[in-house]
Design a protein around this ligand. Structure first.
Ligand SMILES: C[S@@+](CC[C@H](N)C(=O)[O-])C[C@H]1O[C@@H](n2cnc3c(N)ncnc32)[C@H](O)[C@@H]1O
Length: 256
């Protein structure tokens, strides 16, 4: 339907929709859409789980000595946790309202900074260093393919040699490739994802429902087999894939 829409046009639409979500008192619901998103303990526990999935297999001593960039930082949910593990943290987001909330949340943290981006490229202020790790957690799952490709190409220029981009995209439903582990555990994890989604949806207000369903919200779905060629062609880096959860495909792209 929207095959011919340019990345720039998509970025404008995404900015409008995310700004509207950021303006709601329930903005954090859109940052991490899990049950009890407004309970601080659950919020932190889920953020820690999310970060551990993204840090899987990383050399934590190496990480402590590098700068980290987060593409799509939202309201700063992960910033403090990343900063605890790295030399510095820089986050940027397409929605100014999200950036403002992130700045507020992390106002007492040193070595943490946030910028507003255009949805396609690294903001100029953040281009002052090379990053050991670029993270994009639950962001590209909300973007069309052309926006995903443009962002990956652009952040790649700011990754230091030996550094990585780690990201997640939506997997195609029923594509079992890459899912490892006992079948009953995988099925249980899938059931949990579905029932959590249903319980969150059941509690949405009219405006939240509009912003979750009547506007562009969920992004391109990828088959596991297409990810490696897609990412290698965009970057020339070494691609490793894993299924952090059965609904998504996680990728680590390393710069030679
Ligand atoms: C679900 S939230 C995740 C936020 C954060 N990464 C986390 O996990 O807590 C997605 C965020 O990505 C931002 N976003 C969406 N598309 C973007 C783009 N093309 N460039 C930068 N930010 C984007 C949204 O504004 C939103 O704050």
């Amino acid at each position: 339907m929207n095959d011919n829409k340019s990345a720039a046009d998509w970025a404008k639409e995404l900015a409008t929709n995310w700004e509207a979500r950021a303006a709601l008192p329930s903005r954090d619901l859109f940052v991490a859409s899990h049950p009890d998103w407004n309970d601080p303990e659950t919020w932190l526990r889920r953020a820690k789980t999310e970060i551990s999935l993204f840090f899987a297999g990383l050399d934590m001593e190496w990480l402590a000595g590098v700068d980290v960039l987060e593409l799509g930082c939202g309201s700063g949910r992960l910033a403090g946790l990343v900063r605890d593990a790295a030399r510095s943290y820089t986050g940027y987001d397409i929605a100014a309202g999200m950036v403002k909330a992130a700045q507020q949340r992390c106002r007492d943290r040193e070595g943490v900074r946030f910028f507003v981006g255009d949805g396609l490229d690294v903001p100029a202020e953040a281009q002052d260093r090379q990053y050991g790790l670029v993270l994009s957690v639950a962001v590209l799952i909300h973007c069309p393919r052309t926006v995903i490709a443009t962002n990956i190409q652009n952040v790649w220029r700011h990754v230091q040699p030996g550094g990585q981009i780690r990201l997640s995209v939506l997997g195609v439903h029923n594509d079992p490739e890459g899912i490892v582990g006992p079948q009953d555990e995988v099925e249980k994890a899938l059931e949990t994802i579905v029932s959590e989604k249903q319980s969150v949806i059941a509690n949405l207000s009219d405006e939240e429902r509009r912003l979750a369903f009547d506007t562009y919200y969920m992004g391109e779905r990828f088959r596991y087999a297409e990810m490696e060629p897609f990412l290698s062609e965009l970057t020339g880096g070494e691609v490793a894939l894993y299924r952090g959860d059965p609904g998504c495909i996680y990728a680590a792209i390393t710069k030679p």
